[in-house]
Design a protein around this ligand. Structure first.
Ligand SMILES: Nc1ncnc2c1ncn2[C@@H]1O[C@H](COP(=O)(O)OP(=O)(O)OP(=O)(O)O)[C@@H](O)[C@H]1O
Ligand SMILES: [Zn+2]
Length: 820
């Protein structure tokens, strides 16, 4: 008997084994999708992980019900990465599978299947298929499990899969995209009439059908003439139809009479904007060129390279050269970015050089666009370079020669929720090992971890110390807000120096970026009489005031509440807004500079892909004078006319209670400063702080990364933090606070008996209740030289022992490896 271990989309620690029915012996392979029954009557689609002859001892196996693919849709190298991730990040393969594939490829029983109104069947369908389609047409959409019920089939997966391929139905969020239709119908001359005699006969036979004759003539015209038509040249059906009124019937008659044939064809909708004039890559400056050569040397030594280049030194141009070389060698390249906000500009820069070879992959694209990119790579079609955010490490590469991790220091490479809580930079390094790819990490502000790897000869360092064309780094002015406040010189949140520089920039027709790392209008409201602060009902956080909707919103769970006129505690009418967010800055700066046009870029204004594009291209084209934004405006963006950057409140970042706070603050300030004065003229940066002597600010000012690193690394060593130690967070969650606390104490006790003082906590995390669950956190800090897999196994044992306890059966324990 043959058996298959199947990855299922359920959080089970182990893979389940199923029997391979006889008829499939020898035809199955790892990576194919199958349908199996699970539990009492659930049907699931899963991925074959491996095939073997070992009958499991603990349970009776069931057979695989059906097979969805005739060839694998997940490659062996992908499965290897999945396995590594599940092990390293302590999650299940099922969780990795869920994260790795776009919905259109998963078909889970709760997956919603939508009827496609535009669908026209070309051939008759089998009865069952037609029944299901009619059912969907009537209901508009349904889930796989409902369709199973309706059809009386044990599993409808294979029919749904066919219907998806026919484009008769679409899955889930696919409807979100506005890119339909994705198939087009083409007409060509039928083989029967592809010679002069039979074509003449055809014309004769149409003498009493003038409309059809007219359409056939129009068709021949559209192909460019009879001889072109004879070669089988195609015309778009809808284009032909548009050339004469009421022509559809005539067209269909011509098809029936076997004078025309129609084919339906997928048009790759990501390619619709064809780039005709692909530009040659830019010539590198001597300094850039030597950085490129150094990089290649590092690749030759099989080491990842850390490209540490100051902002606007032209790192992106070096990446483009490397991608160009990889493509010329017939390899694929992956260009990873931490955030969608960045993809807009980089997309344009890459498209100019790589045209149709560029594929883009991120969550602001609809699911079917993602499926298209996935399939394009799987079938080794046009894409040679993929630009994407963290989930693009899951794509089915076959010949990945180059990986670029841009802004490698960025936190947003790490996924927080749900599992797998992976860091895309680290996964990319593993991916690169599998393919023996060259890996380049690029940034103006390396993470402490990566720079430490350089010091330890794990990475090779390449430096670019000057800006392109010798532009000077911006002048940094530190403004003491405490003093300005004391002298009553602050105008709301702006110091006189900042306002002066803004007004100068505006009158010079230059642009300004104002950075405030908080969205919304005001972070919270407070009663001036009793100190009461409105908080979220479900989370232990204060609500943020959003002005446009005049509502208080929880940034953790989205809960919103009306704004009350009086305090809910003491009933005094003395509720006041405290603090400030991007929305408030936008409003206030608009009042001070009424003639300036202002854009705001934060989570709230960038819900859609167009949201980003409009703001960024509007700012690029000078529609706006001032851009107010959160960390989204800090990195990677390349604008020509920004002469001034204002950091409104550096203290907020510096005072964050976290061992990485200084690192993050340095990076954020250096990055946002880097947006100033990139072309033409030296820029200015104004940092507002109540602590101008702060050592981190001093290092941002002198642009002294090395000194900053030195200080940080010593501290990390002294206090046993990464990179010297590794950290794992366990978060214990339950609706009942006592249960949470007891389980956390018990687990911490178990862990202490194994790890001793390496265990810290349990402690309530900074936000101790989220969505009605009470939280406790245990931190495990262990030496870098200890074996991570051994440590994780011991932790798992302790967790299992805790959860085995009847009282804590419903406690959730979330494992976060290398938390940020
Ligand atoms: N060799 C070159 N030829 C022409 N233009 C260049 C060249 N190198 C850089 N530039 C231009 O200089 C600007 C800054 O370069 P780029 O955006 O690549 O810098 P970067 O190092 O990636 O910056 P950041 O770290 O801020 O993202 C861009 O507009 C870029 O097109
Ligand atoms: Zn909440």
């Amino acid at each position: 008997m043959r058996y298959a271990d199947i990855v299922l989309p359920v959080p089970l620690p182990k893979l389940f084994t199923y029997e391979v029915p006889n008829e499939y012996h020898g035809t199955l392979a790892a990576g194919q999708r199958v349908v199996v029954s699970f539990g009492k009557k659930k049907l699931l689609s899963g991925i074959i992980f491996s095939l073997h002859n070992n009958k499991p001892e603990a349970y009776e196996t069931k057979p695989i019900i059906s097979i969805l693919d005739d060839k694998p849709i997940v490659t062996l190298s992908q499965l290897k990465v999945w396995e590594w991730m599940a092990d390293y990040y302590q999650c299940t393969l099922g969780e990795v599978y869920k994260a790795a594939l776009p919905s259109g490829l998963k078909l889970e029983s709760e997956t919603r299947i939508f009827y496609n109104d535009e669908f026209e069947a070309e051939t008759e369908m089998p009865e069952k298929t037609q029944q299901i389609l009619d059912f969907l047409a009537a209901k508009k959409y349904s889930t796989i499990s409902e369709i199973n019920q309706f059809s009386g089939l044990k599993s409808c997966h294979h029919i749904i899969k066919q219907l998806i391929e026919l484009d008769a139905v679409v899955v889930n969020e696919q409807l979100k995209g506005s890119w339909r239709p994705k198939t087009e119908v083409f007409l060509s001359l039928h083989n029967n009439v592809r010679n002069e005699n039979s074509l003449r006969d055809a014309f004769d036979s149409l003498s009493r059908a003038p409309k059809q004759l007219e359409v056939l003539m129009l068709f021949l015209q559209s192909t460019g003439g009879v001889s072109e038509a004879m070669t089988g040249k195609e015309v778009l059906k809808k284009e032909l139809a548009s050339k004469a009124v009421n022509s559809s019937t005539a067209i269909n008659e011509l098809i029936k009479k076997e004078m025309l044939v129609q084919v339906k064809r997928n048009v790759d909708r990501l390619l619709t904007s064809k780039i005709e004039n692909v530009q040659k890559v830019k010539t590198l400056s001597p300094e850039q060129d030597s950085a490129l050569q150094e990089t290649l040397k590092g690749f030759d030594e099989n080491l990842p390279v850390l490209l540490h280049g100051v902002t606007s030194s032209g790192k992106t141009e070096i990446y483009i050269h490397l991608i160009d070389q990889a493509i010329k060698k017939g390899q694929q390249a992956l260009y990873l970015l931490p955030e969608i906000a960045l993809t807009t500009q980089i997309t344009n820069r890459l498209k100019a050089h790589f045209g149709e070879k560029l594929g883009i992959y991120h969550s602001k694209f609809s699911d079917d666009q993602r499926v298209e990119v996935y399939n394009n790579l799987l079938n080794n079609k046009s894409y040679r370079v993929i630009l994407g955010v963290r989930s693009s490490v899951f794509l089915p590469f076959s010949n990945l020669g180059l990986i670029i991790i841009d802004e490698e220091h960025e936190n947003s490479f790490k996924q927080f929720d749900p599992a797998p809580r992976y860091h895309a930079r680290d996964v990319a390094l593993v991916l690169g090992q599998g393919f023996k790819s060259s890996v380049l990490l690029g940034t103006a502000t390396p993470s402490i971890e990566s720079y430490y790897n350089v010091q330890n000869n794990k990475y090779r360092l390449v430096e670019l110390t000057t800006r392109f064309e010798g532009m000077m780094m911006p002048e940094i002015i530190v403004v003491n807000t405490r003093e300005a406040q004391r002298k009553k010189m602050m105008q709301s949140h702006f110091s006189p120096q900042l306002l002066e520089h803004i007004s100068e920039a505006l009158s010079n027709k230059q642009q300004v970026i104002l950075f405030q790392n908080r969205r919304g209008f005001a972070p919270f409201m407070e009663c001036m009489s009793c100190g009461w602060i409105p908080k979220c009902k479900h989370c232990d956080v204060s609500l943020t005031y959003h002005k446009h909707i005049h509502q208080l919103i929880c940034h953790y769970c989205g809960y919103s509440s009306n704004v009350h006129a009086t305090c809910q505690a003491c009933e005094s009418p003395t509720l006041n807004l405290k603090g400030f967010g991007t929305q408030k800055i936008e409003e206030e700066i608009g009042q001070i500079f009424p003639d300036a046009s202002i854009a705001r870029m934060d989570y709230d204004t960038t819900r859609s892909r167009k949201g980003y594009e409009n703001i960024i291209s509007g700012f690029e084209q000078g529609e706006y004078n001032i851009l107010v934004g959160t960390q989204m405006v800090t990195k990677g963006l390349d604008f020509d006319r920004v002469s001034l950057v204002g950091i409104l409140n550096a203290d907020q970042m510096l005072n964050h209670p976290d061992f990485r706070a200084f690192e993050k603050s340095f990076q954020m300030m250096a990055q946002v400063s880097g947006r100033a004065g990139r072309k033409h003229k030296r820029g200015t940066v104004i940092i507002q702080t109540s602590d101008p002597e702060h050592p981190v600010i001093a290092k941002v000012r002198s642009n002294n990364y090395a000194a900053f690193y030195q200080e940080q690394i010593e501290e990390r060593e002294q206090f046993n933090y990464p990179p010297f130690y590794r950290i794992i967070h366990l978060t214990i969650k339950h609706k009942n606070q006592n249960v949470t606390n007891q389980a956390a104490n018990y687990l911490a006790g178990l862990l202490r008996s194994v790890f001793g003082s390496r265990i810290l906590g349990p402690q309530v995390p900074p936000v101790n209740r989220i969505q009605d669950h009470h939280l406790q956190r245990i931190m495990i800090k262990y030496e870098r030289k200890a074996s991570p897999s051994q440590v994780k196994k011991l932790i798992r044992d302790c967790i299992n022992q805790t959860l085995a306890n009847e009282r804590w059966k419903y406690v959730q324990i979330v494992n976060d490896v290398d938390p940020l």
